[in-house]
Design a protein around this ligand. Structure first.
Ligand code: IPE
Ligand code: IPE
Ligand code: MG
Length: 233
């Protein structure tokens, strides 16, 4: 493969439908979905991808799904953060998050902070989880960050794209080269609105719990054939 993306972002959709197809409760789909993450993470680290960003939970999911599903997702997340520590350390992976983490339950925040600390000296790849994330909220939070700083008189007189992006959840995050959406929907669902301006998009009908390393290679193969122009010729 001639051209490997440096940063892959994935909208992991279709857990519920996967479960419905099998006449299982929705939570079984989330469980199987969480299990899928390890193989994909390890493959990406192995072949030299620099960042993998996974949309695990949107702000809208938190606002609009029944409490029982949200509670289950919080428990599943805590389990993941504990269970996968070995995967992160074995593969040299730094753990990061984007989203309104401060709105998550305290015990979830504690697990997040613990894993961030444990993995902070790793160097091989970044795994970033988007949790309680909304692209619009990220831009609004950045604007409010600038306004708060302006009160101290320490901001530039004019906002530029570069200045605004300094206030994003992870100011150092590179823009994704490839965005994969599983589950077949042709929409962004409030993910990384600013950052995907020139990202290559790839959608597969495969539901997230059925996503394999093979599907990942299909996406990367397609990516390697794309001609990125960034508005140029
Ligand atoms: C994606 O799966 C995971 C989350 C949003 C938490 P869904 O739960 O959206 O699954 P579908 O889209 O209903 O199949
Ligand atoms: C996007 O999926 C969010 C995640 C995968 C975490 P949704 O299932 O929430 O998106 P919509 O509702 O189909 O747009
Ligand atoms: Mg969905």
């Amino acid at each position: 493969m001639q051209k490997l993306p440096k940063h892959i972002a994935i909208i992991m959709d279709g857990n519920g439908r996967w479960a419905e197809q099998k006449k299982l409760p929705r939570f079984k789909g989330h469980e199987e979905g969480a299990r899928r993450v390890r193989a994909i993470t390890e493959e990406c680290a192995d072949i030299g991808i620099k960042q993998l960003t996974l949309y695990a939970l949107s702000t809208e999911n938190m606002l609009k799904r029944p409490k029982i599903e949200k509670d289950f997702l919080m428990e599943l997340l805590k389990l993941y953060l504990r269970k996968e520590r070995g995967t992160f350390m074995k593969n040299g992976i730094i753990f990061k998050t984007i989203g309104r983490i401060w709105e998550l339950p305290q015990d979830v925040q504690a697990e997040i902070n613990k894993l961030k600390k444990t993995t902070s000296a790793n160097r091989k790849m970044v795994l970033c989880l988007a949790l309680n994330y909304s692209g619009r909220a990220e831009i609004v939070d950045a604007v409010n960050g600038i306004l708060a700083r302006a009160k101290t008189g320490k901001t530039a007189a004019k906002v530029t794209e570069k200045e605004l992006s300094r206030y994003f959840y992870d100011p150092k995050m590179p823009e994704p080269d490839l965005l994969i959406r599983t589950g077949g929907e042709l929409r962004i669902s409030n993910f990384l609105l600013w950052q995907v301006a020139y990202t290559e998009l790839w959608v597969t009908p495969t539901l997230w719990p059925d996503f394999t390393v093979g599907t990942l290679y299909e996406a990367m193969q397609e990516y390697s054939k794309r001609h990125r122009r960034f508005g140029g010729l």
